[in-house]
Design a protein around this ligand. Structure first.
Ligand SMILES: NC(=O)c1ccc[n+]([C@@H]2O[C@H](COP(=O)([O-])OP(=O)(O)OC[C@H]3O[C@@H](n4cnc5c(N)ncnc54)[C@H](OP(=O)(O)O)[C@@H]3O)[C@@H](O)[C@H]2O)c1
Length: 239
């Protein structure tokens, strides 16, 4: 990010309606940045834009399914048509359970599309503007890429592809654009975490003995966005 710029920065949050994407978008607005938002579900996107716009500029929203051909280019066009861009946060995609004995070609293709191919094409489509603005890209990846867990072969394969692809982009886009990754452990989700025993067993694997919170992910994301002496880095939190 161009630290010398006096204008408010404008960042694109991909997966903006998700638990972590929404928390990051809100924190960016709170600190004075402008945001553009993209996700799949229109109503959720508009509700978030209304909430964020209540106290300032209403964010641009782009509703797109990243599995569709042309979605990255469509998002890039819409975002650039409505202003400059100083950064991107990649926080998109589902967390599909794909037991290995039921794994299909479609599982792999769909998960790779949304988690790896589309985000890489999106950064590529935005590259000229990102270079012009000396921008910063941060992606939320998963600690499971280097310490895999069961039943998520498609997801972990796709996150691994994203990790490798973005580190290659960090080299391609240097020195103007910084591209960094945040490898997350498990973030607690009170609605989804229904089996307390299983959750306790999983949390106990972490040296800190607990899951993370969206606020802790926000803190690390903003720090990495602003880390002007880092590119191609993977910061681990909550391992
Ligand atoms: N939560 C964790 O414990 C954890 C741990 C490690 C890594 N991560 C990573 O952190 C990121 C955010 O996680 P989260 O928990 O916030 O996820 P989440 O709540 O499930 O949100 C996912 C976001 O991705 C969007 N999305 C899903 N499929 C899409 C598609 N086909 N096209 C376009 N957008 C799509 C969703 O939009 P719609 O709602 O509109 O579909 C939503 O905005 C993900 O990349 C995840 O892999 C999370």
């Amino acid at each position: 990010m161009n630290a010398s710029s006096k204008d408010p920065r404008r960042l694109l949050v991909v997966g903006a309606t998700g638990r972590l994407g929404a928390a990051i978008a809100k924190a960016l607005v709170q600190r004075g940045d402008h945001v553009a938002l993209t996700a799949r579900s229109g109503p959720r996107l508009e509700a978030l834009a209304d909430e964020l716009g209540a106290s300032g500029e209403r964010p641009t929203t782009v509703c797109a399914d990243l599995r569709e051909r042309g979605a990255p280019e469509h998002i890039a066009r819409e975002v650039l048509a409505t202003g400059r861009l100083d950064g991107v946060v990649l926080a998109c995609g589902p967390f599909p359970r794909t037991p290995f004995d039921e794994l299909t070609r479609e599982d792999l293709e769909q998960t790779l599309l949304v988690h790896a191919i589309a985000p890489l094409l999106l950064v590529n489509a935005l590259a000229e503007e990102l270079e012009r603005r000396e921008a910063s890209v941060v992606a939320l990846i998963d600690a499971g890429v280097t310490r895999p867990y069961p039943n998520h072969v498609a997801y972990l394969t796709a996150k691994g592809a994203l990790q490798t692809g973005l580190r290659a982009l960090a080299v391609e886009l240097a020195p103007k654009v910084r591209v960094n990754l945040l490898a997350l452990g498990v973030v607690a989700d009170p609605e989804a975490d229904e089996d307390p025993l299983r959750m306790h067993r999983l949390a106990a694997r972490s040296p800190l003995g607990r899951f993370g919170t969206p606020a802790e992910v926000v803190h690390a994301t903003l720090a990495l966005l602003d880390a002007t002496w880092a590119t191609g880095e993977i910061w681990g939190v909550g391992r």
